[in-house]
Design a protein around this ligand. Sequence first.
Ligand SMILES: NC(=O)c1ccc[n+]([C@@H]2O[C@H](COP(=O)([O-])OP(=O)(O)OC[C@H]3O[C@@H](n4cnc5c(N)ncnc54)[C@H](O)[C@@H]3O)[C@@H](O)[C@H]2O)c1
Ligand SMILES: O=C(O)C(=O)C[C@]1(C(=O)O)C=C[C@@H](O)C=C1
Length: 308
Amino acid sequence: MSFEKVAIIGLGLQGGSIGLATQEFLPEVQTSGFDLDPATRARAADRGLVHQVCETAAEAVRDADLVIFCVPPGVMGEAALDVRDALRKDALISDVGSCKQSIAAALREALPDHYVIPAHPVAGTENSGPDAGFAHLFRNRWCIVTPPEHTDLVKLSQLVEFWEALGANVEIMDAQHHDLVLAVTSHLPHLIAYTIVGTASDLEDVTQSEVIKYSAGGFRDFTRIAASDPTMWRDVFLTNKEAVLTMLQRFTEDLTALQRAIRVGDGDALFEQFARTRAIRRSIIQEGQDDSRPDFGRGDHENGTKKI
Ligand SMILES: NC(=O)c1ccc[n+]([C@@H]2O[C@H](COP(=O)([O-])OP(=O)(O)OC[C@H]3O[C@@H](n4cnc5c(N)ncnc54)[C@H](O)[C@@H]3O)[C@@H](O)[C@H]2O)c1
Ligand SMILES: O=C(O)C(=O)C[C@]1(C(=O)O)C=C[C@@H](O)C=C1
């Protein structure tokens, strides 16, 4: 492995998982970490999320040749500014943020003299904080790397090698394209889940206890997604605003078309749409991309997504 010391800023789900995975799959690499929250630092030390939990961000990045920011999207820039003067000159800067264009801009503005190669592991759960991380989070999951034009190819291949060592399948993508794709595959589904769970619990003739009692079906899957971290998701929608609004516009048009089909009794239109989406789900399963990985089910780890 090209890196000798990896510093992780933010020791929640992502930071903790990177720390644990690095220790498990790259035992020769030193890991250090910092979190703004003292209770999280204490818990990170108890769980051994990294070899060394530091009291300051500057101390964590000292001598590190890879620094990964694992904080909410809205504070990437300020977290980077915190370490600017303590960084090694040749340290590679990366992150795991869910949106790429605005985070890349914030990191580059804070650290103009460093190589910044952003990344996004498309792997997560609805849990957050220092107890949420686990070493196998990235196994067989995509990690999308969004290098800037004319990036240093050696540094890029080192970062790819790092993520592959943690078990991820790496894809290189343009940041703008990433934000558009993830707006529809990740951000919009979260917005829909937050909306539908809120709507159900707001209904005057449906009590809270009924929402819980009858949520054994499809609705239950929505409640899992809607339990995701409010800080992170507030930041995702504010930092990927344009792409989300574009996709939301398309979604609203399609929803209106279905609404009309129901109103006018157009069963063919409904059947056609549902048959098309069923085929999509089945092709995902055929390609082995469903979420029923043997290491990702109930009981295999403490805090991963449980199938419900
Ligand atoms: N949760 C997911 O499913 C998921 C998946 C892929 C990527 N991401 C991205 O990963 C990043 C982290 O998300 P997470 O799920 O690990 O969140 P998390 O809430 O579990 O962890 C974030 C941690 O950052 C700490 N923090 C906040 N500001 C800080 C600062 N200025 N300096 C140091 N620490 C600070 C918080 O105390 C917290 O412990 C986000 O940018 C998110 O978009 C999340
Ligand atoms: O499985 C989940 O709970 C997730 O929401 C993970 C998920 C996703 O939407 O796929 C959430 C945010 C990310 O940036 C990447 C992964």
